[in-house]
Design a binder for this molecule. Sequence first.
Ligand code: ARG
Length: 457
Amino acid sequence: MKLWGGNYDAAPDAVFWEFNRSFAFDRRLVREEIAASRAWVRALGRCGALRAAEAETLERGLDEVLAGVDADPSQLDVDLEDVHSFVEERLGRIVGDLAGQAHLGRSRNEQAVTALRLWARGTIDHLREGVASLARTLVERGREGADAVMPGYTHTRAAEPITFGHWAGAHAWGLVRDHERLGDARVRVDVLPLGSGALAGVSLPLDREAMARDLRFAAVSESALDAVMDRDFAVELVSCCAQLQTHLARLAEDLIHFAGPEYGFVTLPEAFTTGSSLMPQKKNPDALELVRGKAARVDGDLVRLLALLKGLPSGYQKDLQEDKEAVFDATDTALGSVAVMTGVVAGLGLNRDAMRAAAGREEMMAAGLAVALACEGIPFRKAHHVVGTLVADAQKSGRSLKAVAAEKLPSVSPAAAARLDALFDPLQAVKAKAVRGGAAPDAVRASLDAVLARLAG
Ligand code: ARG
């Protein structure tokens, strides 16, 4: 069944017919298309364009279409142009010629974008749930490790001691922003385009607000021409996914290293690793590598959408049919990645001894030592230089930094020299970072609480 053709002599070219069809992918919108069609026929009934009994028959018919698809999804395996044709065709089998009235005054231009908005809204809700649950898992694990000292890194070089909780909380904060960003995007998704017609609106006295209420849209679009061509909401959603996936890739990248034998800070849950076909000793971090790799894919989806939209004139163009797969792919990938990362983080084993041993590396105390000297009245730049010479001395002589400091510092600052044991204790060093947002265990616990508060608000 085609939704057009009265002015045609010949059937479409077979190759072009396949090329033109979107049903292979827009079948995913079947529930949303049915819901939107239901709201449309109700609105036609309300404004008198259909008799009440006709509108009711159509509504019940649409419910049956949905029930039919639910009962037998293979109904979708048919050679139709798109999801809109499909729903009308199934409706025709149930209510006969009256099905044609479901399309009264309606354009597929508005249908396509209405169904996509409904779908995007539901998917954003799923994504936000997933992101929140990963963030909560990081908070839980972070609380467990709020006083587990480990090295913190800059430039992939050990920098200063932190705690596992500080590290986990940092990743949770990125997810808090993703959660909020998706919430912001949802506001602009949650707008009803129906009633826009092909571009100019509709010549029936439709109550668009009532349609919006039926579909639980928070707002109604204010320009028919804008409504049929607007895909910012799709760009925004895919952009949110790209940012989220970048956060997940960074988390994955950290864990790939932290779980490796050179670090050994954590153990990955076996269920999220795979073995090697050759090397029997291997348990590879494939889950994490895939999450990192799939960030490229979501970035590609974003570029694909932006490139699609760039250079289009105003109004609906068939190019816009290409929007859906980018949205589906980006959101599927992000949802899958979030679920995998939640499993990995929940199942991590924490190797506190390995973390502590690595956090005890004395060079990492150099900055703390310089600050301690400065607090004793030595200008910080000079203190920085003095500690630099101690580090160089230790490296050249092969002695420990603490031993060198014990020898050289008393003449520079007896007070600082007397505190060397505390200054070289990684847990003491961490506890000193008690500022809001700092790595001190109490500050970390407060920060983790704040993650939960932000997710709830
Ligand atoms: N399958 C189309 C899409 O996804 C539906 C809209 C077709 N409209 C048209 N005028 N050809 O965009």
